[in-house]
Design a protein around this ligand. Sequence first.
Ligand SMILES: [Zn+2]
Length: 86
Amino acid sequence: MAKKSFFKLFAKNLKKSLGPGQYRANGINVSCVHCKHDWFEEGHAQLNTSLATFFNLDFANPTATILTCRQCGYVHWFYKKVNRID
Ligand SMILES: [Zn+2]
């Protein structure tokens, strides 16, 4: 039951932006951990207090960057700034 409400919350906080692109995080080009593809859809999730607690991140206003693989759909979560390359 807790899992269900988590995903509901997740969907609500997920925002769409831009089209697919290539990204770099911490100076390294991002490639899919599953299929090695390098094109991603970018999204952002504002982690509210309950979500922040869920992830054990108890500090102010956390925002995660989400890169979803265009090929296999694997979802990569980044808790740091991710730069778009193109
Ligand atoms: Zn992939």
